[in-house]
Design a protein around this ligand. Structure first.
Ligand code: NDP
Ligand code: PYC
Length: 350
């Protein structure tokens, strides 16, 4: 495959100059994180996350995010050395205070306890607060499905989405991810922003000088626009699907912020930290063991559903594009443009 379709439907040639093995890329990214102020453990966790995203062709949340991580660390907005505090608050409820650190290390710190609770009780919930999530969400849920579990996660971000019918930005791009095991094949995973487009994809469109489709955003006067720069500079995004996406986005604010004790997307200001880009909010994870009660045959039922969807004419399942890119990356390395490789080398101080 030497061309790809961007998020807004434009087919463009894929720029590849160099391929790096996943582990090689991960080691380079870990060096960058550590050089810019994270602990070695945080660096390893974030590097794994970014390398996975790049390897799966999740362009808006792979190495594209590295300058943002670095400028945020330099701004003092996030604590790259934070040690999360995990509290076992109830049989099915774990609370993690990320202490102004990244969400992934907070999740990592509580994962074993979460799994133990899910295995013994059938369901458990992980509420992370005071955390920064700057990544794709599928890496947070897919591993649970690979262990036979069903997982859902919700993250709120920064006020850049106008609620349906409202006049100013209030919600974040507020993604939801879901993962479920199948009897055969890779888990069913979807991971989507509740805004018409992820903020990262708007930035990519602006960088590439492309307009975005109608009904994705408004300018600083609240007028509809297809110009990504007008959306980014004083304008705002819209929820996907009008009032329906807006309701889901509201739910994400409630679950990821109100329930965890984290900030709403409109609660925080990073104005004192020029260069800061990572939202300081919260994340909720719900993990379910379907091998309980009537769900004992969940993976087989999921397989039957996929078969029925294919019979009905749906060829592409959510996750299929990423899995395809992953197979390519594992076989021949992760594709990077020369400019991206140079950017990483510079951030690493090489
Ligand atoms: P997309 O709209 O590109 O994709 C959403 C989901 O739909 C994916 O699971 C995708 O599968 C699937 N999909 C896409 N096209 C089809 C199709 N034709 N048929 C069936 N399934 C399809 O994602 P978004 O732009 O909404 O989000 C991009 C990323 O941004 C996500 O990873 C999200 O987590 C991240 N994000 C992170 C935020 C944060 O605060 N950390 C905030 C907002 C977004 P596939 O993966 O295979 O393409
Ligand atoms: O792409 O919308 C986005 C986003 C916000 C925070 C991290 N990614």
């Amino acid at each position: 495959m030497n061309e790809e379709q961007s998020r807004d439907g434009v087919v463009k040639p894929r720029v590849e100059a160099r391929r790096l093995g996943l582990e090689e890329l991960q080691a380079l990214l870990a060096r960058i994180f550590e050089r810019h102020g994270t602990s070695a453990q945080v660096a390893a966790i974030l590097a794994h996350n970014v390398a996975q995203a790049q390897g799966d062709g999740a362009d808006s949340h792979g190495i594209f995010r590295m300058p943002g991580y670095v400028s945020t660390l330099a701004s003092g907005w996030v604590d790259g050395r934070a040690v999360p505090v995990v509290q076992d608050v109830a049989p099915g409820f774990i609370d993690v205070d990320a202490r102004n650190g990244f969400a992934q290390p907070a999740h990592h710190a509580a994962r074993a306890l979460l799994l133990e609770k899910v295995r013994t009780q059938g369901i458990a919930l992980l509420a992370i607060r005071d955390s920064h999530h700057f990544a794709a969400l599928w890496p947070d849920v897919e591993p649970y499905a690979r262990e036979g579990l069903v997982a859902l996660t919700f993250v709120n971000s920064m006020a850049c989405v106008v609620p349906h019918g409202a006049k100013k930005a209030l919600f974040g791009t507020n993604p939801i991810a879901f993962a479920a095991p199948r009897a055969q094949g890779d888990p069913l995973v979807f991971d989507l922003a509740t805004s018409a487009m992820a903020h990262g994809d708007i930035q990519i469109a602006a960088r590439e000088g492309r307009n975005v489709p109608p009904d994705h955003g408004v300018d600083s006067q609240g007028e509809p626009t297809c110009d990504p720069n007008a959306i980014l500079q004083g304008g705002a995004l819209l929820p996907f699907g009008g009032h329906k996406g807006s309701a889901l986005s509201m739910m994400v604010e409630l679950l990821a912020a109100a329930l965890t004790g984290g900030n709403f997307s409109f609660d925080f200001s990073w104005s004192e930290h020029p260069g800061a880009q990572t939202p300081r909010t919260g994340q909720l994870l719900i993990v379910i063991d379907p091998a309980r009660g009537g769900g004992a045959h969940f993976a087989a039922r999921a397989e039957a559903l996929v078969r029925a969807m294919r019979d009905a004419g749906q060829e592409r399942m959510p996750g299929d594009r990423r899995y395809g890119r992953r197979r390519e990356s594992l076989a021949s390395g992760v594709a990077l443009s020369e400019a991206d490789f140079a950017m990483l080398k510079e951030l690493a101080g090489d």
